[in-house]
Design a protein around this ligand. Sequence first.
Ligand SMILES: NC(=O)c1ccc[n+]([C@@H]2O[C@H](COP(=O)([O-])OP(=O)(O)OC[C@H]3O[C@@H](n4cnc5c(N)ncnc54)[C@H](OP(=O)(O)O)[C@@H]3O)[C@@H](O)[C@H]2O)c1
Length: 308
Amino acid sequence: MYLLYTILAALFCFLILKWMKRRRYCMDIKRLDGKTVLITGGNSGVGKETAVALALRGARVIIACRDEDKARKALREITARSHNMNVLYMRVDLANMRSIREFSKTFLQKEKRLDILINNAGVPGILDWTDDNFSMCFGVNHLGHFLLTNLLLPRLRESSPSRVITLTCSSYRYQKLDFQDLNYNLLPFFTYCRSKLANIYFTQELARIMEGKGVTAYAVHPGYVQSSWTCHYSFLFQLLMKVIMFTFFVPCEAGAQTVVHCAVADEVTAHNGGYFSDCRPGSLRIFAKDAGVSKKLWEASERLVKLV
Ligand SMILES: NC(=O)c1ccc[n+]([C@@H]2O[C@H](COP(=O)([O-])OP(=O)(O)OC[C@H]3O[C@@H](n4cnc5c(N)ncnc54)[C@H](OP(=O)(O)O)[C@@H]3O)[C@@H](O)[C@H]2O)c1
């Protein structure tokens, strides 16, 4: 009898795990020949798998990374897996506003098109500061991409219809923004949650501002993914997370699917400014849909990155 109970319990756990790790794959087979895609942080994790998937569809793919060695290694892998020689690397450090401005200037000089911008790079909850004295999560995950997108908007508009996809996380729901302390840098996980909430507000406001101008915007939660984000933490934490990630998280290729879906599928344009998860529109907590907060964050961000 005990054996039967053990087998049933094991089967139950197996089915629960299978259910937790279920992911939809992008079924749209559209090609992207002649299109240019820019992916920040394309050297690892979700970004690298997105680069492979879009290069396989024939796009010119530019990965924007901060570490040249890692970028070159990733470039070789993306090219080999996609058989697409039209894959490039450009250097940008999103923790440095000057680097973003220089990158954008070079990009605008060299690239005649920008059809899909994927704001993928991100740091997990760490207590650190950027070169411009912003908290690392808010500075890289939100402000860096905010500045980059704004500087590249002229090319996105010229290449319309174009799309801006920004990686967020379902953990946005655990925090709200504090406009008295946008640079909040106290509890690591909460700094991350706030930056990911900022990604959602940014997407909504961008969609509103670009309404009717040929640029649409989407926020994507990729699921919980077996990427290399734990490299920022201690060896012990990495070891523990390896077991947890292996058990509960999905491979990076699966994590890239919703990003690819938002990059290619026609039906997503009906949800401009929307939040996507598992290749379909997801629902947001009410506070994350507040247009007043989106506008306020946009205006505050413009001042912080000195766009106005
Ligand atoms: N993994 C998950 O479970 C999960 C869940 C929800 C949302 N997300 C989001 O998905 C996105 C991709 O994350 P991932 O899981 O693929 O993580 P990852 O493997 O750690 O990749 C993050 C990428 O961002 C780059 N990056 C970090 N700081 C940068 C900077 N200052 N300038 C330029 N690039 C920088 C990293 O470059 P280096 O290699 O040089 O560090 C790396 O290429 C992130 O926005 C993350 O918040 C992930």
